[in-house]
Design a protein around this ligand. Structure first.
Ligand code: TRP
Ligand code: ZN
Length: 472
């Protein structure tokens, strides 16, 4: 069967073209240089150094833990307190957080009021006392306002997206900053606590395990905890009127499903398969990397799903291959994270290939047949518009070359090394980089080590060469 794409819905909005994006670059570069009165050397960079999203993340520190306390009121207003436990990686007289929109009421560093300034998506914090390299510190940010999504280079919205009964909260690649102050780049991963208060009758679903819920005075507070390291874009605090189902799988994974009643009938037969999908994926990819799982099925016209850690988020009842795709991301993308958005095929190519494998082993088309159907597309097709290993800009990171040609690259690898070695490579990747990061170069090295062959030309052809590759 033809794999169902997530990306068409994300493509386009004419008018928001390349020119618009390029125009912002000089500003970004200036900010990256850390030009400012605090002086170079002790000023944390405004970005993590990502070529596609120069202002995402920040330099000079690592966030170990986020403790987010949010109150959501009908009408959409949010009051938040974020407590970040961080460690300086250089001396800091000033550092940045990412935060877009919203009003900041106050910032403290180690309980002492700090001065702060807003500049675009950067919240510049100057602590009363400079921080030493290696120093642990705690930042508290009080903020409020009505969050708005951010528009990505490809024209789609991400972040806090209001719905008719709450919010659909999906932060890839840059939306985390629309609802909490963060070091919002996947190169920094942290544990999270969430305390979310919503009007009684609504449910707030975040990542990890539900620690408790309490209703008082017409409001319900949900407490969630994710102990495994998580990138900020994978955090959610989706709010709505949901039907909830909780159970534990045979493998001891705690499942929490939240489903909009308008999607319940269509969602039920698919969500029911989550335990068997996770079991099947565990056999291929290695042990499920987290303690909890589940699904959030909202009723929102967003056009895509996201692999929010432990608990993927769908804008409507998913089909089985979408569930397989988002579940595969728990290994590839969530547990093993990117250090740069340029490597996005490590997420999307892998999750797409998981769909192909699932079809192949569940009575659908073989991966070879899926490959052949794609390969048959003419040289002028969008599939060949740019190479998956080097999409060129943030505008291209969720396009069909990344998803489909990325999966084709894995299929070529499988054919070159054989099924057994291929599975050892997939599993080795997830196992060796579990709760960490991985780059394309590291993946190539692992594949060469496991297979004992040089794969340089295969990777060059399928990941880096412009245009439709010739068949080997
Ligand atoms: N990673 C998502 C998927 O493949 C697609 C996606 C990219 C997305 N950016 C997003 C989804 C922002 C929601 C919000 O399933
Ligand atoms: Zn995906």
């Amino acid at each position: 069967m033809t794999p169902r794409r997530r990306q068409p819905a994300r493509r386009r909005t004419p008018g928001l073209g390349r020119g618009t994006v390029l125009a912002t670059v000089p500003v970004a570069v200036a900010a990256l240089l850390g030009a400012g009165p605090a002086g170079a050397g002790t000023t944390g960079a405004a970005g993590a150094g990502d070529p596609y999203f120069p202002l995402s993340g920040n330099g000079g520190y690592h966030v170990r833990h986020y403790d987010l306390t949010l109150r959501y009121r009908s009408g959409g207003r949010l009051d938040g307190t974020a407590i970040l436990t961080a460690r300086a990686t250089q001396p800091l007289t000033r550092f940045d957080l990412d935060l877009k929109g919203l009003t900041v009421g106050g910032v403290t560093v180690d309980r002492t009021a700090a001065s702060f300034k807003r500049s675009g998506q950067e919240l510049l914090v100057t602590p009363r006392h400079a921080l030493r390299a290696g120093q642990d510190f705690r930042v508290t940010v009080a903020y409020h306002g009505t969050p708005e999504p951010v528009t990505d280079p490809d024209g789609s919205a991400d972040g806090w997206i209001p719905t008719d009964d709450g919010a659909f909260v999906a932060g890839e690649p840059q939306g985390a900053m629309t609802w909490f102050p963060a070091n919002a780049h996947p190169s920094d991963k942290s544990s999270y606590d969430f305390t979310i208060t919503v009007p009684e009758g609504r449910t707030a679903v975040a990542n990890g395990t539900l620690l408790g819920r309490r209703t008082a005075k017409g409001e319900t507070t949900f407490r969630w905890r994710e102990t495994e390291p998580m990138a900020a874009y994978l955090a959610t605090a989706t709010i709505g009127t949901f039907q909830v189902r909780q159970y534990t799988t045979r493998d001891g994974i705690r499942i929490y499903d939240a489903v909009d009643p308008r999607e319940a009938e269509d969602a039920a037969p698919v969500l029911r398969q989550l335990p068997s999908v996770l079991e099947w994926e565990s056999k291929l990819f290695g042990p499920y990397p987290f303690k909890s799982a589940g699904s959030i099925v909202d009723h929102a016209d967003v056009g895509y799903a996201l692999e929010t850690q432990t608990r993927p988020l769908y804008d409507s009842a998913p089909d089985i291959l979408t569930l397989v795709h988002e579940s595969a991301h728990q290994w590839y993308g969530d547990s093993v994270s990117l250090t740069s958005w340029k490597d996005i095929w490590l997420n999307e190519g892998f999750a797409t290939y998981a769909e192909w494998l699932y079809s192949e082993q569940h009575g659908g088309d073989s991966a070879q047949k899926t490959f052949d159907a794609l390969y048959a597309r003419p040289a002028g097709d969008e599939l060949w518009a740019y190479p998956p290993g080097d999409p060129g800009s943030g505008e291209n990171i969720f396009g069909t070359p990344v998803y489909d040609r990325g999966a084709m690259a894995l299929h070529e690898l499988r054919k070159a090394v054989g099924d057994r070695t291929f599975l050892r490579i997939l599993r080795g990747w997830a196992t060796e980089h579990r709760d960490g990061h991985g780059t394309t170069t590291q993946f190539e090295r692992l594949a060469e080590r496991e297979s004992g062959t040089s794969l340089n030309s295969l990777f060059r052809t399928w990941l880096y060469t412009e245009g439709k590759p010739n068949k080997a």
